[in-house]
Design a protein around this ligand. Structure first.
Ligand code: ATP
Ligand code: MG
Length: 580
């Protein structure tokens, strides 16, 4: 492609609306333009990169035995009412009414549509397993669309759905998808990690998220250090999203200390954990804090050790709630009659749940249930009881890997893929069945597998950039090579640049020729900004000693070569990519 003919509007300034680097660079480098909140147009460079991701995804899905389909964007409300999600999905589902007063929505995901398709067309165990996928535009009316392609309202997803007989078959399919996802993100040239993920309220099943490692990620991952270096002979690969990550279960002391009498103590003006513990001369591990949350609008008291924090997703799961939020001071007072800071579990009239850590504590401090008071020597069961106990806290650096006891470390990630064993939840809701080998009607055992194709582009940039611009991994770059013709007026230089361009093109390399009538400085800057892995400069050196210069975008390493040497070096690099 010739730069002079391309729609490639690069910007010198950082667009003010862009908060994260991928958003900034995608706009500046002319990959995307915003149409409206969370909705973007892909310009030629953006589309080329998107197509690279799609191609890798397609090849690996096909290789794993999945078949491509293309499902409608518009979905009738009836199907969603059948699955129960018309209500449950909430305001992220964009709904509308057509001229015949029929309600529909724009597909945010396609479990309903695919389950309907399969129940109408697949009836026998002989047709199973079946694995179908599509690459398509999704719409989710995200409450806060932001960060460009990272969290759009309209975005491109690969979504796949599998149908199996029995659990065993479904587990095998899940493993195949897990492996395919590993191949996909490796082939994209990204540093990533598969982590155990929350399964939400569907429960009973398992799920993994594929995370591109980047400091700007919205998710926090807990990773076992002994899994960091597989070469050291240790094989623990524990890694989990914070929403799911657990430490080792607390151990009950072999000989439990004697339970001391509950004693009220004055703690004037001491409301925060730090102030109370300092005042009483104890550590935060010896205190249990009582926090009030509103679970789907109803107040619940949540007990946690003083140095621990609640994990919202775990709490939601324990309570079976769709939404939990921390109550404010007024809501706390309304629910308990006690000012915040002095609240304790004794005598509370609202449901109380506790983190499992509380079970092994004795003689701890709790809020006194009245202003300016706390109690020492509180004990679970003797002084108060709780409705539910479970793991509802964030893991910390002091926790140990639940599978090997090793140290945990924390890192940030961007969720680019999510695989999920669904079981029979959708097939039961939509009554999707097949006849097994004995002629008995059975529900399909399902799985679903998503990749945020457009988010992969953003995540790749979050992970690969410098102050000058994007540094695309070779497999994702819209062009592998950019040739800069530094003197379009000079016949010799132009001839050499053109020849290199057409030869590379004929050999199947995607190459951009910067033939614009611009200063060299502008061309260098743009080439860096748009992130093409190899830059070839044809300029004065060619007139001097018939050489061109190749510079690698990532390392900055420069080589001066004759054009034919440059050609074979570049071909070798690009070849390596196509066989990887
Ligand atoms: P998130 O927690 O980031 O909202 P999700 O759990 O809602 O993601 P899934 O329903 O599992 O996402 O969708 C599959 C994949 O689609 C995600 O792994 C992610 O890569 C991508 N994705 C989801 N929502 C968006 C969005 N608003 N913009 C871009 N990509 C998205
Ligand atoms: Mg979401």
């Amino acid at each position: 492609m010739r730069y002079s003919q391309m729609l490639l509007p690069t910007l010198k300034e950082n667009p003010s609306e862009a908060e994260v680097v991928s958003h900034r660079l995608l706009l500046r480098a002319g990959y995307i333009r915003k149409l409206t909140s969370g909705v973007y147009s892909y310009l030629p460079l953006g589309l080329a990169t998107l197509r690279r991701v799609e191609r890798i995804v397609r090849e690996e899905m096909n290789r794993a035995g999945a078949q491509e389909v293309l499902l409608p964007v518009v979905q009738p409300a009836d199907l969603w009412i059948e699955s129960g999600r018309w209500v449950k999905y909430g305001p992220e589902l964009l709904r509308f009414t057509d001229r015949h007063n029929r309600e529909s929505c724009l597909g945010p995901t396609h479990e309903e549509v695919i389950t309907d398709l399969v129940r109408m067309n697949v009836h026998s165990y002989r047709d199973l397993p079946l694995n179908l996928y599509q690459i398509q535009t999704k719409f989710r009316d995200e409450i806060r669309p932001r960060f460009g392609l990272m969290r759009g309202r309209e975005f491109i997803m690969k979504d796949g759905y599998s149908f199996d007989e029995q659990e065993e078959g479904a587990n095998l399919t899940y493993q195949k998808m897990y492996d395919a996802y590993h191949r996909i993100f490796s082939r994209c040239g990204l540093a990533f990690r598969a982590v155990e993920a929350d399964t939400g309220t569907i429960g009973g099943s398992f799920s993994h998220e594929f995370m591109v490692l980047a400091d700007t990620g919205e998710d926090t991952l807990a990773i076992c250090r002994s899994g960091q270096a597989p070469t050291d002979g240790q094989t623990c690969g524990y890694a989990a999203n914070m929403e799911k990550a657990a430490g080792r279960p607390p151990q009950m002391l072999a000989s439990r200390p004697e339970l001391l009498p509950l004693t009220k103590v004055e703690t004037p003006g001491k409301r925060k954990v730090a102030a109370v513990t300092e005042f009483l001369g104890i550590s935060a591990q010896e205190l249990v804090k009582t926090m009030i949350f509103l679970a789907d609008g109803k107040p619940v008291a949540v007990l946690l050790r003083g140095d621990h924090e609640a994990q919202d997703v775990k709490l939601k799961n324990l309570l079976g709630a769709v939404d939990v939020v921390l109550a404010d001071d007024q809501q706390i007072f309304d629910a308990t009659g006690v000012p915040s800071g002095y609240l304790g579990p004794v005598g509370l009239k609202i449901p109380v749940v506790a983190d499992r850590e509380i079970e092994v504590m004795t003689n701890f401090v709790i809020g006194g249930g009245e202003k300016n008071y706390h109690c020492r020597n509180a004990n679970l069961e003797r002084d108060f009881s709780v409705g539910k106990i479970g793991d509802i806290r964030q893991v910390t650096a002091e926790d140990h890997c639940p599978s090997c006891g090793g140290e945990l470390e924390f890192t940030k990630g961007i969720e680019v893929g999510h695989i999920f064993k669904l079981g029979t939840s959708y097939s039961e809701a939509l009554k999707a069945t097949y006849l097994d080998s004995s002629g008995k009607e059975q529900f399909f055992v399902m799985g679903c597998y998503g990749i945020g194709v457009s988010r992969v582009v953003a995540a790749a940039i979050e992970q690969n950039h410098d102050q000058d611009g994007i540094i695309f991994p070779l497999p994702l770059a819209p062009f592998q090579v950019v040739i800069l013709n530094l003197s379009p007026d000079d016949q010799g230089i132009t001839g050499a640049a053109e020849e290199l361009y057409s030869t590379l093109k004929n050999r199947g390399v995607d190459v951009l020729l910067d033939d614009r009538d611009e200063r060299p400085g502008v061309k260098f800057k743009d080439a860096d900004l748009i992130g093409i892995p190899f830059r070839v400069t044809v300029g004065k050196g060619f007139l001097r000693d018939a050489t061109v210069e190749i510079r690698e975008r990532r390392s900055g390493v420069v080589q001066t070569l004759h054009p034919e040497e440059a050609l074979s070096w570049l071909l070798a690099q690009c070849e390596m990519m196509s066989v990887s």
